[in-house]
Write a new protein. Structure first.
Lengths: 79, 258
């Protein structure tokens, strides 16, 4: 059982390290999926879906790292 | 898919990612071998490699067989998986560059594993169960990431799967030969740089294929991959600068632990 638990932890850990990044990534894909559906009749707008996904994911990474950096700075100051 | 493209998008990232993971597995097998003898850990390694081969075959074969029928769904699924995996590696590498998370230290891990193995006591019979399972678990668990990357990068079709398998096998050969020659942990391998590059590449492919899976057309085609990669490198650089500036002076992680 211990070995199977380690395998599961490893497989889960492959994809999810920080829950908010994983949820945010899926959320960004859902948003871009909605964009693609809503702009299906306007190809020039629909083509912006790819760049939009890039901007959403990079904003997510930046925001997540900013929060992590703030927490780390607080810990170092307290410690 | 042209051979050059297959090498760029499948073999290269599979090779670099596999080296990172195999270096970690090698450290543990080396600790077992030098502490308890080589026979059982070598068999443990062989058994784990066979298990990983089966995993790639089971999940990789349908990718080739049904690739054409469900191409768009595959793009989406592979895009999501690559994004989750790539963003995770990218985030961790950035945190390590900024000094918030300590760098991976193979020498320290080796010493810790040796101490743990010595605490298990001497082997009692001709066959060393502890040595076998220690190596099997280490190679299998680290190798799962390799198998995942090989299957995900190979999901673009037969040529890509062959290229990613070739990349992983080349990494296995290079790591084992280097390890056998040096007989010490491969601590000189720039793991964080490699992890960063692979994280950026997987995120690039994840964005590209994820969007394609949602039915979005990239106006510049495969040239968009290059622009995405440049954008990701630029944002990563900004993130490292931002994090370095946020920490109090002298507060970067000094201890090289895990």
């Amino acid at each position: 059982m211990g070995f199977l638990a380690a395998v599961w932890e490893n497989v889960y850990g492959l994809l999810v390290d920080d829950g908010s990044i994983a949820l945010g990534t899926v959320g960004a894909l859902v948003l871009v999926g909605l964009w693609s559906w809503a702009t299906a009749a306007q190809p020039s707008m629909a083509e912006l879906g790819g760049p939009l996904l890039f901007v959403l994911l990079m904003s997510l990474l930046l925001a997540n790292l900013y929060r992590t950096g703030q927490a780390a700075a607080r810990r170092r100051l307290d410690g | 898919m042209s051979p050059l493209l297959a090498i760029t998008i499948a073999a290269l990232p599979a090779f670099v990612a596999s080296v990172v993971e195999l270096v970690e597995a090698f450290t543990i097998v080396l600790a077992v071998g030098t502490t308890r003898g080589w026979r059982a850990p070598l068999w443990g390694t062989v058994a784990a490699v066979v298990t990983l081969g089966l995993i790639v075959a089971v999940f990789g074969a349908p990718l080739i067989a049904y690739h054409e029928q469900v191409s768009q769904s595959f793009h989406l699924v592979v895009g999501v998986l690559l994004l989750l995996f790539g963003m995770r590696w990218l985030r961790k590498a950035i945190l390590r560059f900024a000094g918030i998370v300590a760098l991976h230290d193979e020498e320290l891990i080796y010493q810790r594993e040796v101490a743990e193995l010595r605490a298990q006591g001497q082997r009692t019979g001709r066959w060393d169960n502890i040595g076998f399972w220690f190596s099997y678990k280490a190679v299998l668990l680290e190798g799962l990431e390799v198998a995942f990357i090989v299957v995900a990068l190979g999901a673009q079709g037969g040529a890509a799967l062959q290229a990613s398998i070739l990349g992983a096998v080349a990494a296995f050969v290079v790591t084992m030969v280097a390890g056998a020659l040096l007989r010490r942990p491969l601590a000189f391998v720039p793991e964080n740089w490699m992890k960063f590059v692979v994280g950026a590449m997987l995120t690039t492919f994840g964005i590209f294929w994820g969007a394609e899976g949602l039915g979005i057309h990239w106006p510049l085609g495969e040239l968009s991959l290059l622009l995405l990669a440049l954008g990701i490198f630029a944002v990563s650089w900004i993130c490292v600068r931002m994090l370095t500036g946020m920490l109090p002076a002298g507060a970067q992680v000094a201890a090289r632990n895990i």
